[in-house]
Design a protein around this ligand. Structure first.
Ligand code: A2H
Length: 253
Protein backbone atom coordinates (compact mmCIF):
# COMPACT_ATOMS: atom_id res chain seq x y z
CA UNK A 1 0.00 0.00 0.00
CA UNK A 2 1.10 3.51 -0.78
CA UNK A 3 1.77 6.31 1.67
CA UNK A 4 -1.04 8.40 0.27
CA UNK A 5 -4.59 7.16 0.80
CA UNK A 6 -6.26 6.18 -2.47
CA UNK A 7 -9.96 6.91 -2.95
CA UNK A 8 -11.82 4.47 -5.15
CA UNK A 9 -15.36 4.36 -6.40
CA UNK A 10 -16.81 0.90 -5.77
CA UNK A 11 -19.15 -0.05 -8.58
CA UNK A 12 -21.98 -2.36 -7.49
CA UNK A 13 -22.16 -5.05 -10.19
CA UNK A 14 -25.29 -7.03 -9.29
CA UNK A 15 -25.29 -10.82 -9.64
CA UNK A 16 -28.28 -11.80 -11.79
CA UNK A 17 -30.72 -14.46 -10.53
CA UNK A 18 -30.89 -17.45 -10.33
CA UNK A 19 -27.78 -17.84 -8.17
CA UNK A 20 -25.45 -20.78 -8.88
CA UNK A 21 -25.21 -23.51 -6.16
CA UNK A 22 -22.23 -21.84 -4.44
CA UNK A 23 -24.30 -18.69 -3.81
CA UNK A 24 -27.58 -20.41 -2.80
CA UNK A 25 -27.09 -19.41 0.85
CA UNK A 26 -27.42 -15.77 -0.28
CA UNK A 27 -30.91 -16.14 -1.77
CA UNK A 28 -33.21 -13.29 -0.74
CA UNK A 29 -30.39 -10.75 -0.68
CA UNK A 30 -28.94 -8.46 -3.30
CA UNK A 31 -25.45 -9.69 -4.12
CA UNK A 32 -22.84 -7.52 -5.84
CA UNK A 33 -19.31 -7.91 -7.08
CA UNK A 34 -17.89 -4.59 -5.84
CA UNK A 35 -15.27 -3.34 -8.33
CA UNK A 36 -12.78 -0.62 -7.35
CA UNK A 37 -12.23 1.99 -10.06
CA UNK A 38 -10.52 5.36 -10.51
CA UNK A 39 -12.51 5.98 -13.71
CA UNK A 40 -16.25 6.04 -12.89
CA UNK A 41 -16.89 8.07 -16.07
CA UNK A 42 -15.93 5.03 -18.17
CA UNK A 43 -18.66 2.73 -16.82
CA UNK A 44 -20.70 3.05 -20.06
CA UNK A 45 -18.08 0.88 -21.77
CA UNK A 46 -18.01 -2.12 -19.40
CA UNK A 47 -17.75 -5.48 -21.19
CA UNK A 48 -17.12 -7.85 -18.25
CA UNK A 49 -15.71 -8.01 -14.74
CA UNK A 50 -12.33 -9.47 -13.78
CA UNK A 51 -11.51 -11.83 -10.91
CA UNK A 52 -8.27 -13.61 -9.96
CA UNK A 53 -8.97 -17.35 -10.43
CA UNK A 54 -6.92 -18.45 -7.40
CA UNK A 55 -7.85 -15.38 -5.36
CA UNK A 56 -9.73 -15.79 -2.10
CA UNK A 57 -12.97 -13.86 -1.83
CA UNK A 58 -15.90 -13.80 0.50
CA UNK A 59 -19.55 -12.69 0.42
CA UNK A 60 -19.80 -10.06 3.14
CA UNK A 61 -22.90 -8.52 4.76
CA UNK A 62 -22.86 -4.78 4.06
CA UNK A 63 -26.30 -4.02 5.53
CA UNK A 64 -29.72 -5.69 5.93
CA UNK A 65 -30.17 -6.15 2.18
CA UNK A 66 -26.82 -5.97 0.40
CA UNK A 67 -23.93 -8.41 0.17
CA UNK A 68 -20.56 -7.52 -1.44
CA UNK A 69 -18.19 -10.09 -2.86
CA UNK A 70 -14.65 -8.77 -2.20
CA UNK A 71 -11.36 -9.91 -0.62
CA UNK A 72 -11.28 -10.31 3.16
CA UNK A 73 -8.79 -7.46 3.34
CA UNK A 74 -11.22 -5.12 1.56
CA UNK A 75 -14.12 -6.32 3.75
CA UNK A 76 -12.17 -5.32 6.87
CA UNK A 77 -11.45 -1.86 5.43
CA UNK A 78 -15.11 -1.52 4.45
CA UNK A 79 -16.16 -2.44 7.98
CA UNK A 80 -14.17 0.54 9.27
CA UNK A 81 -15.82 2.77 6.67
CA UNK A 82 -19.38 2.13 7.80
CA UNK A 83 -19.91 -0.57 5.20
CA UNK A 84 -20.63 -3.61 7.33
CA UNK A 85 -23.87 -4.73 9.03
CA UNK A 86 -21.89 -5.15 12.25
CA UNK A 87 -19.79 -1.99 12.74
CA UNK A 88 -16.01 -2.58 12.49
CA UNK A 89 -16.52 -6.31 11.99
CA UNK A 90 -16.91 -8.04 8.63
CA UNK A 91 -19.43 -10.91 8.48
CA UNK A 92 -18.56 -13.48 5.83
CA UNK A 93 -21.61 -15.45 4.69
CA UNK A 94 -19.84 -17.63 2.09
CA UNK A 95 -16.17 -18.19 1.32
CA UNK A 96 -15.37 -18.19 -2.39
CA UNK A 97 -12.48 -18.38 -4.82
CA UNK A 98 -12.15 -16.60 -8.15
CA UNK A 99 -12.99 -19.90 -9.86
CA UNK A 100 -16.43 -19.83 -8.21
CA UNK A 101 -17.08 -16.37 -9.71
CA UNK A 102 -16.05 -17.02 -13.33
CA UNK A 103 -19.12 -16.92 -15.59
CA UNK A 104 -21.40 -15.10 -13.14
CA UNK A 105 -23.83 -12.89 -15.09
CA UNK A 106 -23.92 -9.30 -13.83
CA UNK A 107 -25.92 -6.12 -14.29
CA UNK A 108 -23.61 -3.13 -13.89
CA UNK A 109 -24.47 0.58 -13.55
CA UNK A 110 -24.40 2.69 -16.74
CA UNK A 111 -23.11 -0.20 -18.89
CA UNK A 112 -24.56 -0.29 -22.41
CA UNK A 113 -24.26 -4.09 -22.27
CA UNK A 114 -27.30 -5.18 -20.24
CA UNK A 115 -25.63 -8.36 -18.97
CA UNK A 116 -21.89 -8.89 -18.67
CA UNK A 117 -19.90 -11.85 -17.31
CA UNK A 118 -17.18 -12.32 -14.77
CA UNK A 119 -13.90 -13.52 -16.37
CA UNK A 120 -10.38 -14.47 -15.24
CA UNK A 121 -7.52 -11.95 -15.16
CA UNK A 122 -4.13 -13.22 -14.02
CA UNK A 123 -2.56 -9.89 -13.03
CA UNK A 124 -5.09 -8.82 -10.39
CA UNK A 125 -3.41 -7.80 -7.13
CA UNK A 126 -5.14 -9.06 -3.99
CA UNK A 127 -3.66 -6.25 -1.87
CA UNK A 128 -5.25 -3.46 -3.88
CA UNK A 129 -8.88 -2.36 -3.98
CA UNK A 130 -11.40 -5.18 -3.63
CA UNK A 131 -9.69 -7.77 -5.87
CA UNK A 132 -12.60 -7.27 -8.28
CA UNK A 133 -12.02 -5.07 -11.34
CA UNK A 134 -14.54 -3.90 -13.90
CA UNK A 135 -13.35 -4.14 -17.49
CA UNK A 136 -13.43 -1.20 -19.89
CA UNK A 137 -11.31 -2.27 -22.88
CA UNK A 138 -11.84 1.01 -24.76
CA UNK A 139 -9.86 2.99 -22.18
CA UNK A 140 -7.87 0.55 -20.03
CA UNK A 141 -4.84 -1.15 -21.62
CA UNK A 142 -4.90 -3.92 -18.96
CA UNK A 143 -8.55 -4.66 -19.70
CA UNK A 144 -8.03 -4.50 -23.47
CA UNK A 145 -5.11 -6.98 -23.38
CA UNK A 146 -6.77 -9.40 -20.94
CA UNK A 147 -9.93 -9.57 -23.07
CA UNK A 148 -7.80 -9.84 -26.22
CA UNK A 149 -5.91 -12.79 -24.66
CA UNK A 150 -9.17 -14.62 -23.90
CA UNK A 151 -10.52 -14.02 -27.41
CA UNK A 152 -7.28 -15.12 -29.07
CA UNK A 153 -6.44 -18.19 -26.97
CA UNK A 154 -8.91 -21.10 -26.86
CA UNK A 155 -6.60 -22.94 -24.42
CA UNK A 156 -6.82 -20.04 -21.98
CA UNK A 157 -10.62 -20.11 -22.16
CA UNK A 158 -10.65 -23.89 -21.72
CA UNK A 159 -8.29 -23.72 -18.73
CA UNK A 160 -10.74 -21.53 -16.82
CA UNK A 161 -13.99 -22.92 -18.23
CA UNK A 162 -14.79 -19.67 -20.03
CA UNK A 163 -17.64 -20.08 -22.52
CA UNK A 164 -17.39 -18.38 -25.91
CA UNK A 165 -20.67 -16.56 -25.30
CA UNK A 166 -19.21 -14.77 -22.25
CA UNK A 167 -16.45 -13.25 -24.40
CA UNK A 168 -17.17 -12.92 -28.12
CA UNK A 169 -20.37 -10.86 -28.11
CA UNK A 170 -18.49 -8.14 -26.22
CA UNK A 171 -16.74 -5.72 -28.55
CA UNK A 172 -15.01 -2.53 -27.50
CA UNK A 173 -17.59 0.21 -26.82
CA UNK A 174 -16.24 3.66 -27.83
CA UNK A 175 -17.03 6.08 -24.99
CA UNK A 176 -14.29 8.73 -24.94
CA UNK A 177 -12.41 10.53 -27.71
CA UNK A 178 -8.78 11.50 -27.14
CA UNK A 179 -7.07 13.64 -29.80
CA UNK A 180 -4.52 11.51 -31.70
CA UNK A 181 -5.66 8.35 -29.85
CA UNK A 182 -9.19 8.23 -31.26
CA UNK A 183 -12.25 6.52 -29.76
CA UNK A 184 -10.53 3.27 -28.66
CA UNK A 185 -7.45 4.71 -26.99
CA UNK A 186 -6.38 1.55 -25.14
CA UNK A 187 -6.44 -0.56 -28.29
CA UNK A 188 -4.46 2.05 -30.25
CA UNK A 189 -1.78 2.44 -27.58
CA UNK A 190 -1.45 -1.36 -27.16
CA UNK A 191 -1.04 -1.73 -30.93
CA UNK A 192 1.44 1.17 -31.14
CA UNK A 193 3.57 -0.32 -28.34
CA UNK A 194 3.20 -3.81 -29.90
CA UNK A 195 1.97 -5.31 -26.64
CA UNK A 196 1.43 -9.07 -27.06
CA UNK A 197 -0.35 -10.12 -23.86
CA UNK A 198 -1.62 -9.09 -20.44
CA UNK A 199 1.70 -10.27 -18.96
CA UNK A 200 3.87 -7.53 -20.54
CA UNK A 201 3.91 -5.50 -17.35
CA UNK A 202 6.41 -2.79 -18.26
CA UNK A 203 4.87 -1.99 -21.63
CA UNK A 204 1.41 -2.01 -20.06
CA UNK A 205 2.56 0.43 -17.39
CA UNK A 206 3.71 2.77 -20.16
CA UNK A 207 0.43 2.29 -22.06
CA UNK A 208 -1.52 3.10 -18.88
CA UNK A 209 0.54 6.20 -18.21
CA UNK A 210 -0.07 7.49 -21.74
CA UNK A 211 -3.83 6.86 -21.85
CA UNK A 212 -4.65 7.75 -18.26
CA UNK A 213 -3.13 11.24 -18.37
CA UNK A 214 -4.30 12.11 -21.88
CA UNK A 215 -7.77 10.71 -21.24
CA UNK A 216 -8.24 12.90 -18.21
CA UNK A 217 -6.72 16.13 -19.55
CA UNK A 218 -7.78 15.97 -23.21
CA UNK A 219 -10.56 13.40 -23.43
CA UNK A 220 -14.15 14.20 -24.39
CA UNK A 221 -17.20 12.09 -23.50
CA UNK A 222 -18.85 10.56 -26.58
CA UNK A 223 -21.84 9.00 -24.82
CA UNK A 224 -24.22 9.29 -21.90
CA UNK A 225 -25.78 12.21 -20.11
CA UNK A 226 -22.63 14.32 -20.51
CA UNK A 227 -21.75 13.53 -24.13
CA UNK A 228 -19.64 16.39 -25.54
CA UNK A 229 -18.30 17.38 -22.13
CA UNK A 230 -14.63 17.12 -21.21
CA UNK A 231 -13.77 14.00 -19.20
CA UNK A 232 -12.38 16.03 -16.30
CA UNK A 233 -15.66 17.93 -15.99
CA UNK A 234 -17.94 14.91 -16.50
CA UNK A 235 -16.06 12.64 -14.09
CA UNK A 236 -17.20 14.24 -10.78
CA UNK A 237 -20.76 14.59 -12.08
CA UNK A 238 -21.01 10.93 -13.09
CA UNK A 239 -19.42 9.83 -9.83
CA UNK A 240 -21.85 11.90 -7.72
CA UNK A 241 -24.83 10.53 -9.63
CA UNK A 242 -23.74 6.91 -9.10
CA UNK A 243 -23.30 7.55 -5.37
CA UNK A 244 -26.59 9.41 -5.09
CA UNK A 245 -28.66 6.62 -6.67
CA UNK A 246 -26.90 3.96 -4.59
CA UNK A 247 -25.16 2.22 -7.50
CA UNK A 248 -21.70 2.94 -6.08
CA UNK A 249 -20.03 3.69 -2.74
CA UNK A 250 -16.75 5.37 -1.88
CA UNK A 251 -13.88 3.31 -0.49
CA UNK A 252 -10.40 4.37 0.54
CA UNK A 253 -7.28 2.52 1.58
B1 A2H B 1 -9.42 1.25 -13.40
P1 A2H B 1 -4.17 2.21 -8.93
CL1 A2H B 1 -11.03 2.66 -18.00
N1 A2H B 1 -5.48 -5.30 -9.35
O1 A2H B 1 -10.88 1.20 -13.62
C1 A2H B 1 -5.22 -4.75 -10.55
N2 A2H B 1 -5.86 -3.66 -11.04
C2 A2H B 1 -6.80 -3.10 -10.26
C3 A2H B 1 -7.13 -3.62 -8.99
C4 A2H B 1 -6.43 -4.77 -8.54
N3 A2H B 1 -6.69 -5.33 -7.36
N4 A2H B 1 -8.11 -2.87 -8.46
C5 A2H B 1 -8.39 -1.91 -9.37
N5 A2H B 1 -7.60 -2.04 -10.46
C6 A2H B 1 -7.57 -1.23 -11.68
C7 A2H B 1 -11.21 1.44 -15.02
C8 A2H B 1 -9.96 1.99 -15.60
C9 A2H B 1 -8.90 1.90 -14.70
C10 A2H B 1 -9.76 2.56 -16.85
C11 A2H B 1 -8.51 3.03 -17.19
C12 A2H B 1 -7.45 2.93 -16.30
C13 A2H B 1 -7.64 2.36 -15.04
C14 A2H B 1 -11.69 0.18 -15.67
N6 A2H B 1 -10.85 -0.95 -15.41
O2 A2H B 1 -6.65 2.24 -14.12
O3 A2H B 1 -2.97 1.32 -8.91
C15 A2H B 1 -8.83 -0.43 -11.90
O4 A2H B 1 -8.95 -0.12 -13.26
C16 A2H B 1 -5.35 2.69 -14.51
C17 A2H B 1 -4.48 2.92 -13.32
O5 A2H B 1 -4.88 2.29 -7.62
C18 A2H B 1 -8.57 0.93 -11.22
O6 A2H B 1 -9.14 1.91 -12.12
O7 A2H B 1 -3.82 3.53 -9.53
C19 A2H B 1 -7.06 1.01 -11.19
O8 A2H B 1 -6.53 -0.28 -11.53
C20 A2H B 1 -6.50 1.41 -9.84
O9 A2H B 1 -5.11 1.46 -9.96
Amino acid sequence: EGVQPQDYTLIKMEVVLPFPPKLRALEGRRVFLAAATLRPETMYGQTNSWVLPNGKYGAFEINETDVFIVTERAALNLAYQNLSRVPEKPTCLVQLTGHDLIGLPLKSPLAFNEIIYSLPMLTILTDKGTGIVTSVPSDSPDDYMALHDLKLKPALRAKFGVKDEWVFPFDIVPIINIPEFGDKAAEKVCLDLKIKSQNEKEKLAEAKRLTYLRGFTEGTMLVGEYAGMRVQDAKPLIKSKLLEVGEAVMYSE
